[in-house]
Design a protein around this ligand. Structure first.
Ligand SMILES: N[C@H](CCC[C@H](N)C(=O)O)C(=O)O
Length: 258
């Protein structure tokens, strides 16, 4: 069986994208993991199926690189919007459905602005915050993010006694580099490594920093793979009107023989 695939990246978070509107992709954890493998497959942080959904422009189905169906992916969401735009499914604005519900997005040039789910139930601790921005995120602050042991400490927290039994968490290391300006590195569960950028993670860090420092919106966030912006409104229980904005581009396309 031959399957046409496309490769997209959003600030260096990269995804294999498949137009699955005819629902023929033979989903299995092993197949997805082998496609995402960087030595034996195409190589990516995740795989996304674009499917039809009545009442919406499309449905986003996201899998982590390990082949497990993941929670929401912010950069993947921005990339699938670009993919749907490239396929001619919409022009300008779109509304689609993902694992955490409905999303809206706008395309202008290379920039994709994605509306994220409202955020509540933020757990605040002295040295870290824990919140769910579509995916669970542990946010910890460091003086020099370049020196953080992202993979070592990240996997310790991800598999540790607190979060491990809950299905794990993504772990973000944040350095404040100015007012409303952060630098972030993320250990991603499901990839089980550091990625170049994590959209839901960057969103979590911006909201956490707002709570710590009383900053206004938007917050600019540097990642290894580029710059993202997070806008939001604070509510009595958390945040809504949360928007993640940044570039998403097609890298190449090809054919997969399985
Ligand atoms: N890279 C993604 C996050 C994927 C979430 C996944 N790692 C999980 O929690 O299972 C993003 O841009 O938001």
């Amino acid at each position: 069986m031959k399957i046409r695939f496309y490769k997209y990246q959003g600030t260096g978070n990269d995804f294999v994208m498949i137009d699955d509107r005819d629902k023929t992709f033979p989903v299995s954890q092993q197949l997805v993991a082998s496609i995402c493998h960087r030595r034996f497959g195409i190589g990516s942080d995740g795989l996304i199926l674009l499917q039809n959904e009545p009442g919406y422009d499309f449905r986003m189905v996201y899998f982590n690189a390990d082949g497990g169906e993941g929670s929401m992916c912010g950069n993947g969401g921005r990339c699938v919007v670009r993919f749907a735009h490239d396929l001619g499914i919409f022009t300008g604005d779109t509304r689609f459905i993902a694992v955490d519900g409905e999303h809206e997005a706008t395309v202008s040039g290379d920039t994709i602005r994605l509306k994220m789910s409202p955020v509540s139930a933020i757990q605040r601790f002295e040295d870290h915050d824990f919140l769910n921005t579509g995916s669970p995120h542990y946010v910890t602050y460091v003086d020099h993010v370049d020196e953080a042991d992202v993979t070592g400490q990240g996997s310790e927290i991800r598999y540790g006694s607190v979060y491990g039994p809950q299905g794990g968490t993504n772990v973000n290391f944040v350095e404040v580099i100015g007012t409303e300006h952060l630098s972030v590195r993320t250990y991603e569960r499901g990839v089980e490594d550091e990625t170049f950028s994590c959209g839901t993670g960057v969103t979590a860090c911006a909201l956490s920093a707002h709570l710590r420092y009383g900053w206004g919106s938007p917050v600019t966030v540097e990642t290894i793979g580029g710059t993202l912006s997070v806008a939001y409104s604070e509510t009595p229980t958390g945040f809504d009107q949360v928007f993640l904005t940044g570039p998403a581009v097609r890298v190449f396309e090809g054919e997969l023989a399985i």
